[in-house]
Design a protein around this ligand. Sequence first.
Ligand code: ASP
Length: 332
Amino acid sequence: MSPSSSTPFSSVPSPLGYGHRHLLGIEGLTADEIGVLLDLSEGYVALSRSQSKKTALMRGLTVINLFFETSTRTRTSFELAGKRLGADVINMSVAWSAIKKGETLIDTAMTLNAMHPDVLVVRHPDSGAVKLLSEKVNCAVINAGDGSHEHPTQALLDALTIRRRRGSLAGLVVAICGDILHSRVARSNIHLLTALGAKVRAVAPPTLMPTEIESLGAEVFFDMRRALEGCDIVMMLRLQTERMHGSYVPSTREYFHFYGLDRDKLAAAKPDALIMHPGPMNRGVEIDSEVADDIDRSLIRAQVEMGVAVRMACLDILTRDLRRDNAQAGGG
Ligand code: ASP
C-alpha cells in the first residue's frame, strides 16, 4: 500500500490554508501558512492557561513521539500537546547505533506504521532522516529536530513568543548568536524570520559559522558587539559539543569572553531588546545568569509555554482532514 494513495488527507488542502501533509521544516512554507499556524496557536495559549486544559478534538487518534536523540522540553511539550487535544500519546526513545543507521530508521518506521499511528513526531541526529521516514509511512510526520537541519516547531514557538511581545515580526532586527554551524534552531529561525520580514544577523566565531548562511538571507558577523548594535531580539544558541568532532573553540572561558551574552555586550542592543534561548542553556558558556534570568527582558520561560501551544496547533492542523473524513465516515 503506497503512502500517497492510502493517506486520507494527502491531497485535500486544509480549510485553514495549510496545504501540507507533514511539517518537515520551515523552508518552503509561505508567510501565510506560518501565519495560520501562529494564529491557531494563540487559541491554544488561552486554552492552556484556562482551568480545564483539555479538549476532545483528537479523541481516538494516536500520536507517537519517536526520539532517536535525547530531549526534555520538546518531547514533554509534544506529549502535553497531544494529551490536551485528547489523543493517545506514546513515547518511544530509540537507542541509536551509528552502524545500523538507515536500516534501524526504516525498520522502525515500518514497524510503527503497522500500528496505524495518526501522527509521528520524530527527532533524529541525522539531517534529512525525518523526511526519509515521512516517505515510508502513511501518517502525518512532524520534524522535532533532524541533525543540524531544521527544528520547525522551535522556530514557530519563537515567532509566537516575539509576536506576542512586539505585535509583529516585520522590520525587527534579530541577532542569532553562537554555534550556528550545528544549529537546526538557527536554520529554521532564519527561514521563518526572513519570511515574516525580520532582518537576521548571524553571529559566531568563524569556526562555527556555516558557509551557506548568507544564502539563507542572514547577514554575517564575527564581532558580537557590532552584531548586537541596535537589534531588537538577541537569540542565543547552545554550544552543541555533542555534535563537534574536534575542537571548535579554544576554551569555554574564551568563548564566553567573546560570544557569551552578558550585560556588557547586551548594552550594544536596543535598550528594550529581548533575550531568547531555545534551551537547554549552558550558563556561563553562551549566556550569563544575570541576563538569562532578567524577568523584564528574558523570554526564555515564555518560549517554553508557547511551545505547548504551537505543538497543539501543529497536531490540530495536520489531523484536520483526517478528523473530517472520520466524522463523515461515522455520519458525524
Ligand atoms: N533544544 C534545541 C534542539 O534540540 C536546542 C539545543 O539542543 O541546543 O536543537
